[in-house]
Design a protein around this ligand. Structure first.
Ligand code: NAD
Ligand code: ZN
Length: 358
């Protein structure tokens, strides 16, 4: 097993990563809890809820709630529903919420824990690759009808218990989406990891490789989060690939293009702009080929520059109406640069022209 300790301003929590550790959850609980409320979604419940409940056998008060799969569950109605269930199950200030699932369950259950009786403990048991990102760092949130993640908090978990065996049942699209975030972490901080991933075929990824890549990704995320918990400075480097990524997601996503798939295109763009601005030779073609070989949809040909540009300007990371783009001076050396509208439009045009020729 690999593990590490994350220090925050309010607590310090361990992250455990290994095969089949969902069967030993009881041993990872940091203290005795009066009542345990497991929150999961339908799909994950069918696959892993029984395992988790069995691993807590002997505890007298274990309950669970199952929400619908997907982003639509990160809403006020489900937030209220889980509070109602917590009250009905008799959770008190000494109780625990366990989030069993991907980022949707983690963000929602984490926000429920953050607000129930002004905050009770919760533990993340991530079951997607993307959740290596969402389960670490303490950002919890639900969506408002007018925007994503607008209602939330910074509220770190008491532990993260990551069983890589559960990732073997993920659909290929979710594997791709999660891996894009590991590629992002590698690009901003760890060239060795980047090179290693470029040698990996996602359809044949083993538990050992997953363990290694996820652990290294978490370490990078943790480094940035610990240095800048409330995202006032370098934590923003974790948004590498996300300015264009979010715009693509808004235009083509929610069903068609998964978050990480959109970020992958955003990373190609940010690398291309970095090469131009800093006269570098970052491996855009290598990444493009790896993405293509692993089935990432690279919708470059369908992209409409004007509508994408307008969408990018709506991003919540826009400061003083100027887009802040995270670029690379090298692999492992990210910087944030403010770009004028004119430059950004030109870069987008050049990028799309180049990509359609590869
Ligand atoms: N808090 C943060 O810092 C942070 C960071 C990144 C993303 N997020 C949030 O994370 C969410 C996306 O997370 P996600 O991609 O994990 O989505 P998700 O939780 O919706 O999971 C994706 C799908 O995979 C299914 N699934 C989960 N585990 C499975 C398994 N082991 N086998 C088979 N199917 C499984 C789920 O039922 C779901 O249908 C978004 O809401 C995003 O805003 C938060
Ligand atoms: Zn992301």
């Amino acid at each position: 097993m690999v593990n590490l300790e994350v220090k925050t301003s309010v607590n310090s929590y361990p992250i455990y990563v290994d095969e089949n550790i969902r069967h030993q959850t009881k041993h990872f609980l940091p203290k005795k809890y009066s009542v345990i409320h497991i929150v999961t979604d339908k799909r994950v419940a069918d696959l892993y809820l029984d395992d988790l409940k069995e691993s807590l056998e002997g505890h007298p008060h274990v309950f669970h709630s199952i929400i619908e799969e997907g982003e639509k569950s990160k809403c006020v109605a489900d937030f209220e529903y889980l509070h109602t269930r917590s009250i009905q199950f008799g959770l008190d200030r000494e109780s625990l919420v366990i989030a069993l699932g991907g980022g949707v369950v983690g963000d929602l259950a984490g926000f429920v824990a953050a607000t129930y009786m002004r905050g009770i403990d919760y533990i993340q048991v991530p079951t997607t690759i993307l959740a290596h990102d969402s389960s670490v760092g303490g950002k919890v949130a639900i969506n408002h009808a007018l925007g994503k993640n607008l209602i939330g908090s910074f509220y770190p978990p008491e532990a993260v218990i990551y069983d890589v065996q559960t990732l073997q049942t993920l659909p290929a699209k979710e594997v791709r989406s999660g891996y894009a975030e590991i590629v992002k972490e590698a690009l901003i901080a760890d060239k060795g990891l980047f090179d290693n991933i470029m040698q990996t075929k996602l359809s044949q990824v083993t538990n050992d490789t997953l363990k290694d890549h996820i652990f290294r990704g978490i370490k990078i995320k943790t480094h940035f989060v610990q240095a800048d918990e409330k995202e006032k400075g370098i934590r923003a480097h974790l948004n590498f690939g996300h300015t264009l990524g979010h715009a693509l997601e808004a235009k083509y996503g929610y069903g068609e293009l998964a978050h990480g798939e959109a970020v992958a295109i955003g990373m190609l763009f940010a690398m291309e702009v970095s090469n131009t601005i800093y006269s570098k030779n970052l491996p855009v073609e290598l990444l493009y080929k790896w993405l293509k070989d692993n089935g990432f949809p690279l919708l470059i040909k369908e992209i409409n520059i004007d509508s994408l540009f307008n969408q990018m300007k709506l991003d919540k990371k826009v400061v003083n109406n100027q887009i802040q783009l995270v670029l690379l001076k090298d692999i492992g050396n990210p910087v944030t640069l403010e770009l004028s509208d004119e430059d950004l439009q030109n870069y987008l045009e050049t990028f799309i022209n180049k990509m359609t020729k590869i």
